[in-house]
Design a protein around this ligand. Sequence first.
Ligand code: NAD
Length: 455
Amino acid sequence: MQQIAHKQRQFFDTGATLDVSYRKEQLKKLKSLIKRNEEAFIDALRADFQKPPFETYGTELFIIYQEIDHILDNLESWAKPNKVSDSLLSFPSRNRIHKHPYGVTLVIGAWNYPIHLSIVPALGALAAGNCVIIKPSEIAPHSAALMGKLINEHFEAGYLHVVQGDADDTQQLLHEPLDYIFFTGSSRVGKIIMKAAAEQLTPITLELGGKSPSIIDSSADLDLAAKRIAWGKFINAGQTCVSPDYAYVEESVKNEFCRYFDMHIKSFYGNDPSQSPDFARIINEQHFDRIANLIDPDKVLTGGETERSSLYISPTIMHRITWEDPVMQEEIFGPILPILTYRHLDEAFREIKNHPKPLALYLFSSDKKTQQRTIRELQFGGGCINDTVTHLGNLDLPFGGIGQSGFGNYHGKGSYDLFSHHKSITKKATWLDIPMRYPPYKDNLKWLKRLKKIL
Ligand code: NAD
């Protein structure tokens, strides 16, 4: 760990990464490396949790290609210093904000989108001119091993390197002097990372999770709402940070919504989802046991089947749920949708506000006032009106949490800005030196006040 951090510091100090064309070359090389190994990535994710190839391409590789292409198209303009106007104190001068890399960056990934969550933050860090150590999650071992092999064989270790390891290895890395830490994972580990970063005053971004609500009122297109929530819920078998964790449905339309939801489960995965090639498995036995324990057979409306040997949990709807049920005490991170109901929207808003601020929130309503109220009154990382999950695929929408779901935003230019120190420079003219600021001040205060009135 020490050696790799030292190598990166040395490489950063050569100044090679300050050159925008060098960064672009390296990003092109990374894209071509991933493209040449697409099948290997699909196989690795299949081995990790039977992730369907369409989902691997769509939610991991496609997102990476899109991000790289966007960076390549825009990097030169992002990297230009921003001109700002002069100030009273600095007149006459030229003022610029220069974007400068932090140095050695550590990206710690989560297992649920193991390639995406390790590579996409790294792309932003590289685009901004940093050196990057990636620590993928050991919980998706095939994906971590493939990334480690490919990247470490093709990139200078001082520039970009993958360290494979567990919590102890990550702790060792955290003891090294780092210039930026980007963490994706649970709130529990997020606190540990933040404490370690505080020791060295290292800036940090935390991309965490939580219980993201979907609210469905009686004005919504219920068929479409059920379809889009089912898609967002069951992609990756519910192991998605922005998955709609639960549905908060207006009581009068609950039965109709559940009927549509059940219908869409069958239309997506057939009568026996365990036979569907399009439905992933739970990552490991520990998570399987945790999720299976959240299923209350008395409250299952659809699904509820589990098979530990194949880590299969069927798409499940649970109804007659209250905030006291075990399924409402933690982020589900699995294919269960609990249904809560409300009579007045105020009730739903009150409960959501009484709980930690979620990473995402989804509203299904055709009522403009309700749409505006939701955006104005509720605090959450980001979200969609009449859809789920897709906000994170738009590179012009910075992505991140608030409160317990984390802080700091990335994707697209958001990533470039996140991984850049904004260095403000005033270049002062030498042909004029206004004497007013220098002692002895005499009547200067009077003049300063007059000046303030004019300006
Ligand atoms: P996790 O917190 O268990 O692990 C994340 C990373 O931290 C892994 O690389 C792991 O090796 C490392 N780690 C674990 N314990 C550590 C310790 N004691 N010290 C140092 N490092 C340690 O999270 P996970 O199970 O991989 O991911 C699931 C969580 O991540 C969910 O809460 C989910 O919502 C959240 N998540 C958030 C986003 C987002 O973009 N906001 C994306 C995906 C997942």
